[in-house]
Ligand binder design. Structure first.
Ligand code: AKG
Ligand code: FE2
Length: 199
């Protein structure tokens, strides 16, 4: 079978990578660092694209689309269709992320929370099941994941630390963080992996 969206997917990946690079520059500046800081430490390296298909669910009250979690990597750029179902956990309640045509959703991931020493917080989210129709979303994760040669250690960025802001996390390889993250799994207890790296 020939994949009819092969070219489009490669083009999409390229464009999302460019957008990610711009976002990493803006996030660096937001931290008071030089624009290239986060790309210099390779937060933009590694790009994984997951295409999700959620079939219509006849009994949505008995099911869940994607259980509660925060994304493990540095940043996620997410595109959802018009069906809805994505929610973020904000101030102790679930809030719908209403689909907006042409808009991306950008999620801070656990590793960005770790290196920014909690200045940027990863967002807990889930997808509730819907019977309105099939739902499609495309998630692009920036993280080196299990890239075997990545030996870079990630810990709270030194420039952000002071006597008043001591490091909150220990250093880790991306690989070791992800091993812990996936060992726990998406079991509905958010941020358990991150708390395991807290000092
Ligand atoms: O389908 C969605 O909108 C979100 C999927 C998601 O949270 C993920 O892939 O990490
Ligand atoms: Fe997610």
């Amino acid at each position: 079978m020939q994949l009819v969206c092969r070219d489009e997917l490669f083009e999409y990946a390229e464009q999302v990578k460019n957008l990610g690079n711009t976002l990493f520059e803006l996030l660096s500046e937001g931290l008071g660092l030089k624009p290239s800081y986060l790309t210099d430490i390779e937060c933009n390296q590694g790009q994984i694209i997951l295409c999700h298909y959620y079939p219509p669910c006849p009994q949505p009250e008995l099911a869940i689309g994607t259980s509660r979690h925060s994304d493990s990597g540095f940043l996620t750029i997410l595109l959802q269709d018009d069906i809805g179902g994505l929610q973020i956990f904000h101030e102790d309640r679930w809030v719908d992320v209403t689909p907006t045509p042409g808009a991306f959703i950008v999620n801070v991931g656990d590793l960005l929370q770790l290196i920014t020493n909690d200045k940027f917080k990863s967002v807990e989210h889930r997808v509730v099941a819907k019977n309105a129709g099939p739902r499609v979303s495309i998630a692009c994760f920036f993280s080196t994941h299990f890239h075997p040669i990545s030996t870079r250690m990630y810990g709270p960025i030194k420039e952000l630390l002071s006597d008043e802001n001591p490091p909150l996390y220990r250093e880790t390889l991306v690989r070791d963080y992800l091993t812990r993250y996936y060992a726990i799994g998406l079991d509905g207890k958010a941020k358990t992996a991150l708390s395991d790296f807290r000092l």
